[in-house]
Design a protein around this ligand. Structure first.
Ligand SMILES: [Zn+2]
Length: 556
């Protein structure tokens, strides 16, 4: 057994040191009779049966009798009943507050047929004032039984009295009904805007599908969320995440949708006792200047809410096939994807943040996007070397050997999509067999000694960590098709990446990532042991309880 405060020598982990430390603190709670995967050891995890908790942290970890001997009459005792326990999952890239607000105000269109989507919109229209907007999200045209896209006729039928806009799961395309097109001032004669398009049928009529900049948001749509709605959204989404075993999450901020006051809904939810996950919050580059002016930089905050990196965006998206690749998309010989911000501009923003002591996180999906981000980071280190910049490559999806070596040399941290292979299988063929062996490249990152910290990118990717583990371990989608098998990793490797590397990406490795004494008591009780389960069943392992800071934030 080892205590908080005692030196953490490897072999001492299970050696009793009760006499030395029992006088200093007694546990508020003990969890015993479990299979607790406390911390990585070699290629696997070190197991203990019990942990003692005090002040929201792990006080001691060891055998049942050692830990039980620490308990006093005031100690709460929890029998784990032989269940597996792992350190809390860390989602290193998600869009927390914005998705929470969407769950609160919009129609969840993650449904498997067009009639089901139409029905949900119709139900919402019955509760919505005539003429008010109805917005849908999480719609995915590849996941409905009909295998065709929504069109304006579907949406006109669903809610004839309301403008309706259904946004695709990836966020770059949307589907409007006739009333919505009218409100957006789009008619049959409107030309395509630069960087966008309005899809037309064979007769040249608008189908309602709008691409990229063609999606307009008229003032009538943008009723600003109130502070209490934003707080409620955070409470709702962090509760959903806690239910899936997530105890810490990075809010990767929005592109256009980011806000200057990113932190306030988190603080409001925390003050209300409703914040169920710890949050590391990036800021879009547009909003960093005033923070720099008052001396705020990455790391400011506490164990629950912390200022993260400055966010930049280099290229397009994977789920909507706009990432900037070095070779064209399969079957589209002239399509290499898009660059969102040129390198010179990325550099100017990054330099300002770097000089002010900020971590930088650049959204970079394709090889070209990643190379641009690395060029900027390498130049910053040449010109103004920072001791431990931990440059982040948000997503870092398609890599090659040269990029991997440069990432390692910089000690940069990629945050690849952890659930895409499993969930977005039908989009994978667009990338081709060879390229898929270089995508979401967990095996390559680990083999190069890179501290890869995966994430969901929720809303585009599902956030459930057990699904993500299955995705990384099997590289197989929902339908059983395997994509990029060379990137398979073991359960222990995946578990280590989603627990231990996340805190490295946020400079919090001394605080979390393992269940060793002194670390935060953030942990998950699972219904089955993932280390002995058949890999193709990992996603179905139920999360029974989630503890954050010594408190059960979810109990099934
Ligand atoms: Zn993102």
């Amino acid at each position: 057994m080892l205590f908080y405060g005692a030196p953490m020598l490897r072999r001492q982990f299970l050696i009793s040191s009760i006499a030395a430390s029992a006088a200093t603190t007694t546990p508020e709670a003990i969890l015993f009779n479990g299979v607790i995967y406390a911390a990585p050891e070699g290629a696997h995890f070190r197991k203990v049966q019990a942990v003692a908790i005090a002040g929201g942290r792990i006080l001691a970890a060891g055998e049942n009798r050692e830990i039980q001997a620490l308990a006093t009459a005031a100690t709460r005792r929890f029998d784990l009943g032989g269940k597996a326990v792992v350190p809390g999952f860390i989602d290193s890239h998600s869009h927390v507050a914005s998705s929470g607000l969407r769950h609160l105000r919009e129609v969840d269109c993650d449904l498997r047929s067009i009639p089901l989507i139409v029905q949900s919109i119709r139900e919402r229209s019955l509760k919505t004032r005539k003429g008010d907007w109805i917005i849908g999200f999480k719609y995915d045209d590849t996941k409905t039984a009909e295998q065709r896209k929504l069109n304006r006729a579907d949406l006109d039928a669903a809610a004839p009295g309301n403008p309706v806009l259904i946004v695709h799961r990836g966020g770059h395309t949307a589907f409007a009904n006739s009333a919505a097109l009218q409100q957006m001032d789009i008619n049959e004669k409107t030309p395509d805007p630069p960087g966008g398009a309005m899809v037309r049928d064979a007769q040249g009529r608008l189908t309602g599908e709008l691409l990229e900049t063609a999606v307009r948001r008229p003032a009538s749509m943008n009723r600003a969320a109130t502070a209490s709605e934003r707080r409620e959204g955070v409470a709702l989404i962090t509760k959903m995440m806690a239910k899936s075993g997530i105890t810490s999450v990075t809010d990767a901020a929005g592109g256009g949708s980011g806000r200057a006051d990113e932190l306030s809904p988190y603080q409001d939810a925390h003050d209300n006792g409703e914040l169920c996950c710890r949050v590391y919050c990036h800021f879009n580059y547009r909003y960093v200047d005033p923070l720099i002016a008052v001396g705020v930089r990455t790391g400011f905050g506490n164990e629950w809410i912390r200022v993260g990196a400055m966010k930049l965006i280099a290229d397009g998206s994977i789920s909507e096939r706009t990432a900037r690749l070095s070779e064209p998309y399969e079957g589209r010989p002239n399509d290499y994807g898009i660059i969102v911000m040129p390198e010179s501009e990325l550099y100017e923003h990054a330099r300002k943040a770097h000089l002010a002591g900020w971590q930088i996180g650049t959204h970079a999906n394709g090889e070209v996007g990643i190379e641009m981000a690395l060029n900027v980071y390498e130049r910053l280190q040449r010109e103004h070397q920072a001791r431990d910049p931990r440059f982040r490559l948000e997503h870092c999806t398609v890599v090659n050997d040269t990029l991997l070596r440069r990432i390692k040399a910089l000690n940069a941290v990629p945050t690849p999509f952890w659930s895409y292979v499993y969930y977005h299988g039908e989009k994978m063929s667009q990338y081709g067999t060879e390229r898929l062996n270089r995508m979401f490249a967990m095996r390559s990152f680990l083999d190069h000694g890179i501290r890869v910290a995966p994430g969901s990118d929720y809303v585009p990717g599902p956030f459930e960590p057990m699904m993500a583990l299955q995705s990384c371990v099997t590289r197989t989608d929902i339908k059983g098709v395997t994509w990029g098998p060379k990137q398979k990793i073991t359960v222990a490797e995946a578990m280590r990446a989603v627990t231990m590397n996340g805190p490295y990406a946020t400079y919090e490795e001394k605080l979390k990532g393992t269940l060793e004494p002194g670390k935060l008591a953030d942990l998950v009780v699972l219904g089955r042991d993932p280390f002995t389960a058949e890999p193709s069943t990992l996603a179905s392992i139920p999360v029974e309880r989630t503890m954050t800071g010594g408190r059960w934030v979810y109990e099934s």
